[in-house]
Design a protein around this ligand. Structure first.
Ligand code: NAD
Length: 297
């Protein structure tokens, strides 16, 4: 069994760390929020005093942070975590960040002889809890093979997208589509409800018709239609509006750099931006439905 330092114990990181613990690994965990560290310590992990202290003696380091700036400042800032990670350590950077940030950090890691892959995930908090995430990996194939036994404890599908940063490119494309389809699903359900349909009945119909998608099958945005999804828990937990907005911003940046056209992605980014400006940035992204419901936006 390995010694794993796990940094970033939010909605995704905490259940992922728990699955590594359940698999019998020795975990040292750290987060800026003490309560998040405490919860994992109660589950059997050792509470790290700081990020740099956590990685001491680790065979593997996993990070699950909000955005590029957090990842760059953790690994390359002052102090630079990379300066505290031993040569040859395997680093799995699982946050969704800009491909350029992922390449920058991976390059700095490789200069120090540290084996790093970008391994963003898909599957939501339910997938993180169930250990059924999809990992989309960028980096060297042999590093992915070294990472595979750990990724398999947290996920079910593991893809090699290409070189460093490629995992992030694939993840950004997926999330742009997710943002669009959640807004589209909300729009359709709100239209049906405004025209007298029961959203549950309409959802059942769409789930078996050509408009079906991940939202109608697993993550319905209408409160009460599905149990155990953020919409039925006041849009708490899950994948925050501001995190979706960040990913749509990453898609927009990637489109600008390559002159690709992403009109629907841009429209979705503006919808989530308006929704966030309305004070909903901390809610789950399926709350975009509120924009379409009279008197809720
Ligand atoms: P979150 O905001 O719930 O958790 C992030 C955690 O990182 C917080 O607990 C925060 O305190 C901690 N943190 C930030 N800076 C830190 C630092 N320097 N040192 C230690 N801890 C630090 O976010 P999340 O929902 O867990 O998402 C994490 C990443 O996974 C994001 O990049 C997100 O886009 C991606 N993602 C999320 C989901 C989802 O459904 N929530 C799904 C797939 C991918």
């Amino acid at each position: 069994m390995s010694r794993i330092a796990f940094i970033g114990l939010g909605n995704m990181g905490a259940p992922m760390a728990r699955n590594l613990l359940k698999a019998g690994h020795e975990l040292v965990v750290f987060d800026l929020v003490p309560a998040a560290v405490q919860a994992l310590a109660e589950a059997g992990a050792r509470a790290g005093a700081s990020a740099t202290e956590s990685v001491r003696g680790a065979d593997v380091v996993v990070t699950m942070l909000p955005a590029s700036r957090h990842v760059e400042s953790l690994y390359l800032g002052e102090p630079a975590l990379l300066d505290h990670i031993a040569e040859n350590t395997l680093v799995l950077e699982c946050s969704t960040i800009a491909p350029d940030s992922a390449r920058k950090v991976a390059h700095a890691a490789s200069e120090r002889g540290i084996r790093m892959v970008d391994a963003p995930v898909s599957g939501g908090t339910a997938g993180a809890v169930a250990g059924t995430l999809t990992f989309i990996v960028g980096g060297e194939a042999e590093h992915l093979e070294a990472a595979r036994p750990y990724l398999e404890k947290m996920g079910k599908n593991i893809f090699h997208a290409g070189a460093a940063g490629a995992g992030q490119v694939a993840k950004i494309c997926n999330n742009m589509l997710l943002g669009i389809l959640m807004a589209g699903t909300s729009e359709a359900l709100a239209l049906g409800a405004a025209n007298g349909l029961d959203p549950k009945v309409l959802s059942d119909i769409i789930a078996k018709s050509s408009g079906r998608n991940w939202a109608t099958e697993l993550y319905n945005p209408w409160p009460g239609v599905m149990d155990d999804v953020p919409a039925s828990k006041g849009y708490a937990g899950g994948f925050g509006v501001d995190l979706m907005l960040k990913d749509l911003g990453l898609a927009a940046e990637a489109a600008l750099t390559t002159k690709a056209s992403t009109p629907l992605g841009e429209l979705a980014r503006n919808l989530y931006s308006l929704h966030s400006a309305g004070g909903h940035g901390g809610l789950d992204f399926s709350s975009i439905l509120k924009l379409y419901r009279k008197g809720e936006g």
